[in-house]
Design a protein. Sequence first.
Length: 76
Amino acid sequence: MKILSWFLVIVGICGLVSVRILEDQIFYDPFLNYFHEADYQIAFPHFAWGKLIISHVFRFALNLFLFLMYYHSFFI
């Protein structure tokens, strides 16, 4: 059981890191480039409200699931 717990901790941490690294490829967020640019002359990007909200909810749910897997395996 201890090996399974440590495996789930590692999977949870790797999953959280992967979400952060691949966020521009996995999720729809036109504001990533807008806010990463230091140029304030850049135009505000056009976006679709529905896709943006669904993408943020999916990102939240994925991060929540991976964190809870990590937390449950490491602390409980």
